[in-house]
Design a protein around this ligand. Structure first.
Ligand SMILES: Nc1ncnc2c1ncn2[C@@H]1O[C@H](COP(=O)(O)OP(=O)(O)OP(=O)(O)O)[C@@H](O)[C@H]1O
Length: 316
């Protein structure tokens, strides 16, 4: 059986992850599983913790078990990669608000079911993750879900800085807090120019509003922005939605929410293992729900891989 180095984020899911951690801890103790836990003490701490674990690990059977949301998982993978460790697998018990990575990989919401699958795992599975280099600030990073510029990133920013969010989270109304941010962003929206280079395609999209490079179908806590995207195809998907007029944009958003195919004028799609996208204006950016701040973005993307410890691979 594996030895589990655990990183737990008590702030994930608006604090609801604490209950998940207690369930996991009790079950590991009950089953006599060897583990060591570290708690994330501040934003970004998981990167440091994962880096230390990956760098100083001296056992072959170590699995890094992450308990938190998509942001915590992103930070754990980033820490491992920054430490140069390509062999340590990651196990994941979702305990966030959005949990898009779990949704895309059909990882259960029930921590006991997930733990069962993790403990029964004997071999790691290799899945795609995204890697990016942002040229204007020379920033390098990894993502398990997506990197977005425009609408989704503005929602992340609005949600993180909302004055009512902590109160609504305490009342278990996190979804309402998120919806309020979506509406405030929609009412203050502006389109921007996006330039795309993918293979031989060099496109200029003058009225981009959503510009998201994704590793799997979901974004924003369950919206299927890219049906058909897969974590095992060795490719990333870039989706750009135009905003020429509010009602056509609304129509496109409704198509994204309810349709399986996105072949509408105003929705652009690129699938490749290398992509490049840039904006000439200052825009919000986000990476797996973590803020990237505002800047003109010059983003190069490629596919990387990460070992996961999660039973049979069963992606959407
Ligand atoms: N002790 C802490 N106090 C406050 N924030 C923390 C702490 N530890 C980590 N964080 C931050 O918590 C943030 C949210 O984590 P995470 O994204 O995992 O949860 P979530 O937003 O609820 O889930 P999801 O991304 O799936 O919606 C991360 O940006 C992380 O840096």
């Amino acid at each position: 059986m594996a030895f589990f180095q655990i990183i737990f984020n008590p702030a994930a899911g608006g604090g609801n992850s604490v209950a998940t951690w207690h369930i996991v801890k009790d079950e590991l103790n009950r089953r006599g599983v060897e583990f060591r836990v570290r708690t994330s003490k501040h934003p970004g701490h998981t990167v440091e913790l994962a880096h230390q674990i990956a760098k100083f690990n001296d056992r072959d059977d170590t699995v890094l078990l992450v308990i938190g949301g998509d942001g915590t998982l992103n930070q754990a993978v980033t820490g491992i990669r920054e430490a140069g460790n390509t062999t340590m697998p990651v196990a994941y018990v979702p305990a966030g608000s959005g949990n898009d990575f779990a949704r895309a990989n059909r990882i259960s919401k029930d921590p006991l079911k997930v733990l069962d699958a993790i403990i029964d795992t004997t071999e790691p599975v290799r899945i795609d993750i995204g890697e990016f280099h942002e040229r204007t600030r020379n920033q390098h990073g990894y993502f398990v879900n997506n990197v977005g510029v425009g609408f989704d990133a503005a929602v992340v920013d609005a949600a993180n800085h909302s004055r009512v969010k902590p109160f609504l989270n305490r009342m278990h109304l996190g979804t309402l807090a998120y919806l309020l941010s979506v509406f405030s962003v929609l009412f203050n929206r502006h389109a921007f120019e996006a330039r795309v280079n993918v293979g031989d395609d060099h496109d200029i999209i003058p009225n981009a509003y959503i510009c998201t490079t994704t590793n799997h179908p979901y974004f924003g806590g369950g919206v299927r922005i890219m049906p058909g995207a897969s974590v095992i195809d060795g490719q990333l998907d870039l989706v750009i939605v135009e905003e020429k007029h509010f009602f056509t944009f609304l129509f496109l958003m409704i198509q994204i929410l309810f349709r399986k195919k996105l072949d509408f004028e105003g929705i652009h799609h690129y699938r490749a293992d290398r992509l490049y996208v840039e904006t000439s204006s200052l825009e919000f950016g986000q990476m797996d729900g973590e803020e990237l701040g505002t800047r003109p973005f010059e983003l190069e993307f490629n596919v990387s891989h990460q070992l996961f410890w999660m039973g049979d691979l069963n992606p959407q």
